[in-house]
Design a protein around this ligand. Structure first.
Ligand code: BTN
Length: 248
């Protein structure tokens, strides 16, 4: 793992590991992580809660990516799922595109951001926030009204975050190598298998409003096929809520 990444930097405290990378001239395959991220950002302008010394915020910076950055989201989510399995949590699933769940409880979120230069992607940063040691009471207090969980809540064991990072980074390498080798077909297959939304009825919120339909697949670029009953179209971004699996 050390040989794959060009730099792995642990920061005692940082506003946002994604912002840190995006505002610096990093070399490709740079990792930055912290257990104390004070202004974590989520998708759709949401914030990501800080539980000092209890959560992991980790970002990987890639230069000159030649595939859809969504594959970075897929890779890091799948790497997390493999890591959770090491802690005997085998049922994690991905809510396209960026959330990792245990049953109906969110354990992690991914934010992938890219900067373009002269018509190509210059910097891509994939960042993940993982709830590791917060207790149920802390999650309920700080993220009210949402079904969330942590690895501690699921296993009832205190997680050594440094060990977790080591295992997680090894797993991240496995998926980044699939991208390096252009083995997107394998990545797509694994992403589909772990995205329990395929074949489910769902509610899709986009800037233009809410539509109901069925998720029918993920295409070769990482976008979602959504069938609203009259036609199938590709979904590039949006907020998805499965309506048959869980009511939340
Ligand atoms: C979401 O659920 O909307 C995505 C949350 C992403 C949070 C991570 S924590 C590491 C990285 N740095 C950030 O500011 N955000 C991401």
């Amino acid at each position: 793992m050390e040989r794959y990444f060009c730099r792995i930097e642990k920061l005692e405290e940082i506003d946002s590991t994604n912002s840190y990378l995006l505002t610096s001239e990093f070399e490709s395959k740079t990792v930055v992580y912290s257990f104390h991220q004070t202004a974590g950002r989520g998708r759709l302008n949401r914030s990501w809660k800080n539980f000092p010394s209890k959560n992991l915020a980790l970002s990987v910076g890639i230069r000159d990516l030649t595939v859809n950055p969504l594959w970075l989201t897929a890779g890091i989510s799948l790497a997390l799922i493999d890591t959770l399995a090491v802690y005997s949590l085998s049922g994690a699933w991905i809510k396209w595109p960026n959330d990792v769940y245990i049953e109906n409880r969110k354990i992690a979120g991914v934010l992938t951001e890219s900067q373009w230069k002269e018509g190509r992607i210059d910097k891509s940063v994939v960042g993940i926030g993982v709830n590791l040691n917060p207790a149920k009471t802390e999650l309920e207090r700080d993220i009210p009204g949402r079904q969330t969980t942590s690895l501690f809540c699921e296993t009832k064991e205190n997680i050594n975050i440094n060990n977790f990072v080591r295992i997680f980074l090894d797993n991240i390498v496995n998926y980044l190598q699939l991208i390096d080798r252009s083995q997107i077909v394998i990545l797509r297959e694994k992403w589909m298998n772990r995205s329990e939304i395929i074949g489910k009825n769902a509610e899709l919120s986009r800037g233009s409003g809410v539509i109901y339909g069925k998720v029918t697949g993920i295409d070769e670029e990482g976008f979602l096929y959504f069938d609203d009953g009259t036609k199938t179209f590709r979904v590039v971004s949006g907020d998805l809520k499965v309506i048959t699996k869980f009511e939340d």
